[in-house]
Design a protein around this ligand. Structure first.
Ligand code: NI
Length: 136
């Protein structure tokens, strides 16, 4: 019987969505306010979901204390209060959309989650705009 456990976390970060090979009008047309050259912030809400069989000894799918620490060290300490375009090398060449940030988070967490467990990431950029990524 598979069960999914979830852990919620928060971080604040600044970004700008744009393509250097497009002129300003095209960037504004496609990315709207998110293309502001002076950057802007979002209060991101992250939901990390781990699915698997319940361990017969502990009754856990995964110890949420362990997941909490992992999210803190691998995600919050890396992304919180950062300018994503300027301070996270991945996003110097890749637009820091919610889609791409969710893949970045999934990739960082995956290597620490036991392989028999499935990982999914849900990232809210605003309360009404969010993305999910379940891996490749
Ligand atoms: Ni934005």
């Amino acid at each position: 019987m598979e069960v999914t456990v979830h852990r919620v976390a928060y971080f604040n970060a600044a970004h700008r969505l744009f393509r250097a090979d497009w002129d300003e009008a095209k960037n504004v047309e496609v990315f709207g306010k998110c293309s502001n050259p002076n950057y802007h912030g979002h209060n991101y809400e992250l939901v990390v979901s781990v699915t698997g069989e319940i361990d017969s000894e502990t009754g856990f799918v995964m110890d949420l204390k362990v997941l909490k620490k992992l999210i803190k060290s691998e995600i919050e300490e890396v992304l919180d209060h950062k300018n994503l375009n300027l301070q996270i090398p991945t996003f110097s060449t890749t637009n820091p959309t919610a889609e791409n940030i969710s893949i970045f988070i999934w990739d960082r967490l995956r290597k620490f989650i036991p392989t028999h467990l499935k990982l999914a990431v849900t990232l809210y950029e605003t309360p009404r705009n969010y993305v999910t990524y379940h891996g490749k």
